[in-house]
Design a protein around this ligand. Structure first.
Ligand code: NAP
Length: 310
């Protein structure tokens, strides 16, 4: 028998493609291991036994930390004994709330990740940094037609996704990698998505930018392979935040997601499947053509409805 939480995680990721598996279609049962918190069997991931990084005493910067997945990281980093957390947000109205989490260890910083002056100011402030968590992301604008290639009036919305989700994390890595090295090494974690593995058509600009960020993360990892920085691609699945489509509630809390990611970083894993995304990966690998057919059919027959919160 599959565990109930395994079925829930698979069903949740499947809901985005209209491909809920029956128990008979679901992956074979397997005892949960530290590498498979949802119980889905995992292939080996690229692991660095020499880069197992503990959050204890880390000095971390989290982008987009005022809500959702980013706020989950701040809370779990603090709970695991981080020395300092630069909790960044583009809107200073969140600073008091963030600082109140732990006034002695939380340092709020203004950081719109697309703003070069903000990025440079953050690098000048956080000279003791050891962990960079590139979490902030732009899912695309309110008008879903502007998120796509042909229906958009121009490609501005898609380019904004690229600027926020791919180039901004790369610019931050360029600024902070030398600082992290100077401080003895640490972590650069880019929060990607299962939607980097295929194009979710209601989020075309987002998928395109996350796929590009996935490649950028691999390039960064190769460049830092011989240095004491773990470069992690985090394939996030299904977290309950404002970013999920209407009618879809994520099956994992931001804190559960952060716990999974920090556990994987502590094992030195550089490809991290979190919040049920491994179920999605397994289903794509099982039959890629059928998977893509389901995504396309779902887009035409029952398009996802985007929350009006951007
Ligand atoms: N939720 C999921 O199921 C899921 C699945 C896959 C991947 N992810 C990934 O998880 C990460 C966080 O997503 P979420 O679900 O927590 O979404 P969310 O609740 O919408 O939060 C997005 C965060 O990014 C910030 N942000 C957007 N543009 C920014 C900019 N230019 N500069 C600085 N901050 C900016 C937002 O700030 P404001 O509050 O100012 O708008 C907000 O803090 C993203 O990388 C996303 O791709 C989430």
């Amino acid at each position: 028998m599959l565990r109930r939480d395994v079925i829930a995680a698979i069903a949740a990721t499947a809901a985005m493609t209209d491909a809920v598996p029956t128990a008979a279609q679901a992956p074979a049962p397997q005892s949960p291991t530290p590498q498979s918190p949802t119980g889905v069997p995992r292939k080996a991931v690229l692991t660095y036994p020499n880069k197992t990084m503990s959050a204890k005493d880390a000095v971390a910067l989290v982008t987009g930390s005022n809500r959702g997945v980013g706020l989950g990281f701040v809370k779990v980093l603090l709970a695991r004994g981080a020395k300092r957390v630069y909790a960044t947000a583009r809107n200073p109205e969140h600073f008091a709330e963030l600082a109140a989490l732990d006034p002695g260890r939380v340092v709020p910083l203004e950081l719109d990740v697309t703003n070069d002056a903000h990025r440079r100011a953050a690098a000048e402030a956080a000279t003791d940094l050891t962990w960079l968590i590139n979490n902030a992301a732009y899912p695309g604008g309110r008008n879903t037609e502007e998120r796509r290639i042909l229906s958009a009036t121009n490609l501005d919305d898609l380019k904004r996704s690229m600027d926020t989700n791919c180039w901004a994390p790369a610019e931050l890595a360029r600024l902070f990698a030398p600082i992290i090295l100077k401080n003895g090494g640490g972590v650069i974690a880019n929060i990607l998505t299962a939607g980097a593995w295929y194009c979710l058509p209601e989020y075309s600009g987002y998928s395109i930018s996350k796929a590009a960020e996935m490649m950028a993360t691999q390039g960064l990892r190769a460049e830092l392979d011989r240095e004491p920085i773990l470069v992690a691609s985090v394939f996030t699945g299904d977290v309950d935040t404002r970013a999920t489509p209407v009618g879809h509630t994520g099956n994992f809390t931001p804190e559960q997601h952060a716990e999974e990611v920090l556990d994987a970083v502590a094992r030195g894993e550089s490809d991290i499947y979190a919040a049920g995304s491994y179920g999605m990966r397994a289903r794509i690998d099982e039959d890629p053509a059928a998977f893509h057919r389901r995504v396309i059919d779902r887009f035409h027959d029952r398009p996802l409805v985007i929350k009006n919160h951007i």
